[in-house]
Design a protein around this ligand. Structure first.
Ligand code: PHE
Length: 371
């Protein structure tokens, strides 16, 4: 039954109060049922219309019919009621329904889970490697991914037009021809430019690791990606020797791959280190035998050689120190070693993933295996 304004016979304060409360409840109930703009208009008309709206009826029935001695009290109460009803009607709005029970919170229901995600396997591997060096007292540095020719090449002792630049398959930023060569922008091909940035701002001695993204013009396949990750290391002090390099990297490899792996250095070439080497670890998949399982299947990760190449390294070339000499790096006084490793390749080996593209496709079914 829709609410109808009752005639009052009893004008006692209790009776007035009861009548007012019934009226307010009725208005609240109707306001909760508003489902459309036209419902909202009907509600307003029904309660507020000057001509025969409920408030007008209350005025007529309750005030005008009140005995003299009750007029004052009835007048105050009717005014209060008008304020309250006006508030309720003004606050009414279109809702999608649901009764009070459905709108209240059922604390026994499970909450809404917001997945927080997990560390990406590459980041996980990076953090692990960085952690090994942090324990040795190294700090972490970072640098820009869009780099100048000067930092990516020139200050690393790649002279302009030197053929060693060809080994880096560089992705150049377009429209740089009007600038002098050393200012031209490119996507850094390695994290080594951060060696220079760091030495420009920090005086020796330094021990630093530099994780980051690098780019090369390699078509994507199972083992190549035009974007990948490296971790660079640099230690400069007085009297740093190749022995320090070997000891540090041997310790790092044992921490990362297990205390029974062996390390092995082969001569190599990088313009910014002299002498240079490639570091191999004994294959942690086949244990160095080149064969796997009872049927002696060929070990693929080490191509049956028993050794896996993990990084490039060497003693910082004195020519590199010349570029930062003014900040305390006199090649006659300091020496250092540097290394750079490919994180993605190590993550592939470590987790037995056979396609690097999987790391970058963002398929949650793949990534949640590390959650
Ligand atoms: N920057 C070299 C590369 O990307 C790796 C390297 C770093 C070698 C530091 C020696 C010293 O191949």
């Amino acid at each position: 039954m829709p609410y109808a304004v009752p005639k009052l016979t009893d004008y006692s304060p209790a009776a007035l109060e009861k009548a007012a409360n019934e009226c307010i409840s009725a208005c609240q109930a109707e306001a909760a049922e508003v489902r459309s703009d036209s419902d909202l208009k009907s509600l307003r008309d029904r309660w507020m219309a000057r001509k025969n709206g409920i408030l007008t009826q209350i005025n007529d029935l309750w005030l005008k019919g009140a005995p003299k001695e009750a007029k004052r009290d009835a007048g105050m109460r009717v005014n209060e009621l008008k304020v309250r009803i006006t508030e309720l009607v003004d606050a009414a709005h279109v809702t999608s329904g649901g009764d009070a029970a459905a709108e209240s919170v059922d604390i026994s229901l499970p909450g809404i889970r917001r997945p927080i995600g997990a560390e990406h396997p590459i980041i996980k591997t990076m953090n692990e490697i960085v952690g090994v060096f942090q324990k040795l007292g190294y700090s972490v540095a970072e640098g820009p991914v869009v780099e100048t020719d000067y930092y990516n090449f020139e200050a690393l002792n790649f002279p302009p037009n030197h053929p060693a630049r060809d080994t880096q398959d560089t992705l150049f930023i377009a429209n740089q021809q009007s600038k002098p060569q050393r200012e031209r922008l490119l996507l850094r091909t390695h994290t080594s430019p951060v060696q220079i940035h760091t030495m420009e701002t920090m005086r020796p001695p330094i021990r630093i690791v530099i994780p980051g993204k690098v780019h090369r013009n390699d078509p994507p396949d199972a083992s190549h990606s035009p974007m990948f990750h490296q971790i660079e290391g640099l230690a400069v002090d007085t009297n740093i020797t190749f022995g320090d390099l070997k000891g540090t990297l041997d310790h790092a490899m044992k921490s990362l791959f297990g205390s029974n792996v062996k390390t092995h250095f082969r001569p190599s070439f990088f313009p910014f280190t002299e002498p240079s080497a490639e570091l191999y670890v004994s294959c942690f998949i086949c244990g160095g035998s080149g064969k796997r399982g009872a049927d002696n299947a060929p070990c693929r990760p080490c191509k049956q050689t028993g050794w896996i190449e993990v990084l490039g390294c060497g003693m910082v070339d004195p020519n590199v120190f010349e570029f930062v000499k003014d900040n305390g790096y006199d090649p006659k006084k300091v020496s250092g070693f540097a290394f750079g490793m490919g994180v993605d390749r190590l993550a592939l080996l470590k987790y037995g993933v056979d396609d690097i593209q999987l790391f970058f496709q963002g398929d949650v079914r793949f990534l949640e295996q590390w959650a």
